[in-house]
Design a protein around this ligand. Structure first.
Ligand code: NAD
Length: 445
């Protein structure tokens, strides 16, 4: 089987490496962070992705980790570029890591093919091609093969993709990359490089649009008495629309949607086009996070001196990724309103402590809510079902629960004694319930 290189040992790189190794390929993974490479060599996986550590361990003899780009091309003639492409201050994608890879390529004197899995703006492939040609490296091929995996289900998404997109400058390179995906029945879309790049940007923009759309419907449900959960079910049953990405909540976050929507908006703007719809999608998402503050103020009045527990700090369940997590914005907003903020997450504690130094990050859910005036479900970890108990409610000073992900059943939350607010569903009144007395004496671990 074709030996493969993987450049960048993050979510995409490690999932790609583990899955291709599991198919029988020898894989050399290169990163630039020495601790990351050392950890991986010692069997420690620096990210939380279900099943990944086990798959890497099971295929240990086929995977090698290195800091040296030359090692990647010792045997491999095809390498996936999986480096990060974060946003710049202008909202454009920062391609510095991609350029660094191009600059560091060894000339092995044979045809090698670079396969771009990182999400890059349309036109990046053409720029890379131009730079390679100018450097006398016309024999280095370039293929756009965007990645669609979602954190939390990365392995499954890799093994059973909805589609594989292969955009190439030459048929020969496209064929070689398509052949790597012989393991899947999924359709393989062959296209030019720019179109492949746009498929990725458009897909993420469309998913973000669905989220902002259902969130706006939820906001209108709140003022009209409809229930967004029923509405989303009814809308999703239309085969033309489908049920996916119609979950109302406090907005999207993470390392992809915010940066990719912003990169597409900027790409359009830089080309003289104002992408109105996407601009609105981004703004709706920003406002949606802040609506939680309004819900807290509605019940508690001023937040000055109040204690609010943020539950679920990673940007979504089953990951420890905190990049662009809604919890970051919420924590800052709440502190700006004068509240003390606590936080808890089942896996992202270390990351949260580093990114939220002013938040008291607790080891247990109970420690986070003990004596709090309100708790906010920010990320829908299933562990938060444990809130549905009179014990949990008894720990809080005020039993106000704002469910930013519609995780809990409203009737069950109320039965457990909470004043329960969610998104796009009927709320009820805090004054109807008495304060809990002496919360400290009721601590249960
Ligand atoms: N995370 C996702 O769910 C996801 C899904 C689809 C696409 N993507 C895209 O894939 C790309 C990678 O995302 P990620 O989440 O895996 O990023 P990540 O930040 O988790 O990992 C990137 C890795 O690349 C390394 N790196 C940086 N420069 C390097 C270089 N010159 N040589 C070798 N390694 C280098 C970094 O040290 C880091 O370990 C991004 O463009 C992202 O938008 C991500």
């Amino acid at each position: 089987m074709e030996p493969l290189g993987v450049i960048g040992a993050g979510w995409v790189g490690l999932v790609t490496a583990a899955c291709f190794a599991d198919l029988g390929h020898e894989v050399v993974v290169r990163d630039v962070v020495p601790e990351r490479v050392a950890d991986l060599e010692d069997g420690r996986v620096p990210i939380y992705e279900p099943g990944l550590a086990e798959l890497l361990a099971a295929n240990r003899e086929r995977i090698r980790y290195t800091l040296d780009m030359a090692d990647v091309f010792e045997r491999a003639r095809m390498a996936f570029i999986c480096v990060d492409t974060p946003p710049t201050h202008s909202g454009d994608a920062d391609l510095s890591r991609v350029w660094r890879v191009v600059e560091e390529l060894p000339d092995v004197g044979e045809r090698i093919v670079l396969i771009m899995k990182s999400t890059v703006p349309v036109g990046t492939g053409a720029l890379v091609r131009e730079r390679l040609d100018r450097a006398g490296l016309a024999h280095i091929g370039y293929v756009s093969n965007p990645e669609f995996l979602a954190e939390g289900s990365g392995l499954e998404d890799f093994r059973s993709p909805d589609r594989v997109v292969v955009g190439a400058f030459t048929d020969e390179d496209g064929d070689a990359v398509a052949a790597l995906y012989g393991f899947t029945e999924a359709p393989i879309l062959r296209s030019d490089v720019a179109s492949a790049e746009m498929v990725k940007m458009a897909s993420n923009a469309f998913l973000a649009t669905r989220i902002s759309f259902i969130n706006e419907i939820a906001n209108v449900c709140e003022v009209t008495g409809a229930d967004v959960e029923a509405v989303a079910r009814g809308v999703g049953l239309d085969h033309r629309l489908g049920p996916h990405f119609l979950r109302a909540g406090i907005g999207y976050g993470g390392s992809c949607f915010p940066k990719d929507t912003s990169a597409l908006k900027q790409l359009a703007a830089n080309s003289g086009y104002h992408f109105q719809l996407l601009t609105a999608v981004i703004e709706v998402n920003e406002l949606q996070k802040r609506r939680v503050v309004g819900k807290l103020v509605k019940h508690l009045g001023s937040l000055r001196g109040k204690t609010v527990a943020l539950l679920g700090l990673a940007f979504k369940p089953n990951t420890n990724d905190m990049r662009e997590a809604p919890s970051l914005v919420l924590a800052s907003r709440l502190m700006a309103e004068g509240a003390s903020v606590r936080g808890w997450d089942p896996v992202a504690l270390e990351e949260a402590r580093a990114m939220l130094p002013s938040v008291e990050v607790t080891e247990s859910l109970h420690d986070a809510i003990k004596g709090a005036d309100a708790a906010v479900i920010v990320t829908e970890w299933k562990e938060l079902q444990a809130l549905l108990s009179p014990e949990a409610r008894g720990l809080m000073r005020k039993p106000l629960l704002v469910d930013g992900r519609n995780l809990l059943d409203p009737a069950e939350a109320r039965a457990a004694g909470f004043v329960y607010e969610s998104i796009g569903r009927a709320a009820h009144d805090l004054d109807a319930l008495p304060e809990t007395e002496e919360p400290e004496t009721q601590l249960r671990q």
